[in-house]
Design a protein around this ligand. Structure first.
Ligand SMILES: NC(=O)CC[C@H](N)C(=O)O
Length: 222
C-alpha cells in the first residue's frame, strides 16, 4: 500500500505523518506542493499539519491552490483515500473536498493541549479499529480549529453518520463539538486533533495509533 504525504512551505507535521504511515506498514513518498502529479499507484494521500504559507489569507487557502491539489482532488474523485490533519483539514475544506470551514478559535488564542475525543463512528477505514463511543486522548495545536457549517450541513453530516470525532470538552467553539468529519464516500477524513502525535509510547500516549493500525489491511480490502 502506498501513501503520499504532501509538503507545503510551512508544513511542520509532514515527517510525523510519514512516520505514522510507515509504522503502519505503508510505503510513503513525500510530494512537494509544486508537483502536478501524484506518484503512480498511490492509495492514500496525507495532508499534514502546520502553517502552510504562514497561514496567510486563511489557514490552508493558499495551499489549496497549489498545483498538487488538483491531483489530490482527482485522486479523491476517483475514490482514493485522503487524510488531512489540522492544517490538512483546513486544506480539505478550502479545496471543498469536505464541507464547512475552520474559523478562528472562539477564545481567539492558540490552543495546544491533550484533549479528550469521542469516536462517533467506526464506519470508515480510519476509525474501524476503535470502539463506537470510545473516549481517546489526542493532542490539539491550532488557532483556527472552530469548525463551522450551516445547520443543513451539520444535519446532513449527522444523518449520514459522517462525524468521525467530537470533542469531550469543546476547546475552540466548534459547531456540535465536531473535531473531524468524513466525506460522503467515507474515504476522506479531516480532523483538527493530531493522532500522529499520540502514536508511540514516547509521545506520552498511543490513542492515535489505532487510526493508522489497520490502514494497510483496510486499504488492501478496499
Ligand atoms: N497544527 C496545525 O496544523 C495548525 C494549523 C493552523 N496553522 C492553525 O493554527 O490553526
Amino acid at each position: 500500500m502506498r501513501a503520499a504525504v504532501i509538503v507545503f512551505p510551512g508544513s511542520n507535521c509532514d515527517r510525523d505523518l510519514a512516520v505514522a504511515f510507515r509504522n503502519a506498514g505503508l510505503d510513503v513518498t513525500m510530494v512537494w506542493h509544486k508537483d502536478t502529479d501524484l506518484p503512480s499507484g498511490i492509495d492514500m494521500v496525507g495532508i499534514p499539519g502546520g502553517f502552510s504559507f504562514g497561514d496567510y489569507l486563511r489557514c490552508g487557502a493558499i495551499a489549496a491552490n497549489s498545483p498538487i491539489c488538483q491531483s489530490v482532488k482527482a485522486h479523491a474523485d476517483r475514490g482514493g483515500y485522503v487524510f488531512g490533519v489540522c492544517n490538512g483539514f483546513q486544506v480539505l475544506t478550502e479545496t471543498k473536498l469536505l464541507p464547512g470551514a475552520l474559523m478562528r478559535n472562539a477564545g481567539l488564542k492558540f490552543v495546544c493541549k491533550n484533549t479528550p475525543l469521542k469516536v462517533e463512528t467506526t464506519s470508515s477505514v480510519f476509525t474501524s479499529a476503535y470502539a463506537q463511543g470510545q473516549e481517546i486522548m489526542i493532542p490539539i495545536a491550532h488557532h483556527d480549529g472552530n469548525y463551522s457549517a450551516d445547520a443543513d450541513t451539520v444535519k446532513l453530516l449527522q444523518d449520514e453518520d459522517r462525524i468521525a470525532f467530537t470533542y469531550g470538552q469543546n476547546p475552540n467553539g466548534s459547531t456540535a463539538d465536531i473535531a473531524g468529519i468524513l466525506s460522503e464516500n467515507r474515504r476522506v477524513l479531516g480532523m483538527m486533533p493530531h493522532p500522529e502525535r499520540a502514536a508511540e509510547e514516547a509521545h506520552g500516549g498511543t490513542d492515535g495509533a489505532r487510526l493508522f493500525a489497520h490502514l494497510t489491511e483496510a486499504l488492501a480490502g478496499a
